[in-house]
Design a protein around this ligand. Structure first.
Ligand code: GAR
Length: 198
């Protein structure tokens, strides 16, 4: 089974969807949660993860230099031997040290088309610009901000939304489904083809 390190900074609704998929959904039999990590020791998502039976770890990034903090996080994560580092609302830009430690194995979910919008507040951006749709994007993380190769994109119909809360509600429902599906697909692709016994 592929070992997942799930990283979050806040609420953790994507983490919950991933853990549920591991426990009884599209990721069951394919993946296990090695650790849920946060750069904010008081992130609500960490407590939720523990309540769901996941190992958890945290280090406070407050007042730390990025490269030093990331070197520390790499060391923590390596103890759990993850195959994939899955960013789920991890609100930090990763330093090259981090990217290189897990090169090609870091995934992120972004609530917009990463060609059109990067960084924070993607739902606000879609709402304020009254976009008829946005595209949830799952991508591999490289050294740029939301520039890595796209693994999957799924449209969210935003027509008829009057509030930011409604935009987010529709978007998150899609996020929760597609992150686990995309990861399942990636893990299956990475598995060696099994030949039947002769
Ligand atoms: C999600 O909407 C995620 O796509 C977004 O943060 C939210 C985290 O919610 N990520 C980004 O904007 C990354 N640029 P969650 O903690 O409930 O999963």
């Amino acid at each position: 089974k592929a070992r997942l390190a799930i990283l979050l900074s806040g609420r953790g609704s994507n983490m919950v969807a991933l853990v549920q998929a591991v426990q009884s959904g599209v990721l069951s039999g394919l993946a296990e949660v090695a650790v849920v990590f946060s750069n904010k020791p008081d992130a609500p998502g960490l407590e939720t993860a523990a309540a769901m039976g996941c190992p958890t770890a945290s280090r406070s990034s407050q007042g730390c230099k990025r490269a030093e903090f990331d070197a520390d996080v790499v060391e923590v994560l390596q103890q759990y031997q993850p195959d994939y580092v899955v960013l789920a609302g991890y609100m930090r830009i990763l330093s090259p040290t981090f990217i290189r430690a897990f090169a090609g194995r870091i995934l992120n979910i972004h609530p917009a088309d990463t060609h059109q919008h990067q960084g924070l507040h993607a739902y606000e951006w879609a709402f304020e610009n009254q976009l008829p749709e946005t595209k949830i994007t799952v991508h591999l993380v490289d050294e740029g901000l939301d520039t890595g190769p796209i693994l999957a994109q799924h449209p969210v119909d935003l027509r008829g939304t009057d509030t930011l809360a409604e935009v987010e509600r529709r978007g998150l429902a899609v996020e929760h489904r597609v992150y686990a599906e995309t990861l399942a697909h990636l893990i299956k692709q990475a598995q060696p083809v099994e030949h039947g016994l002769h």
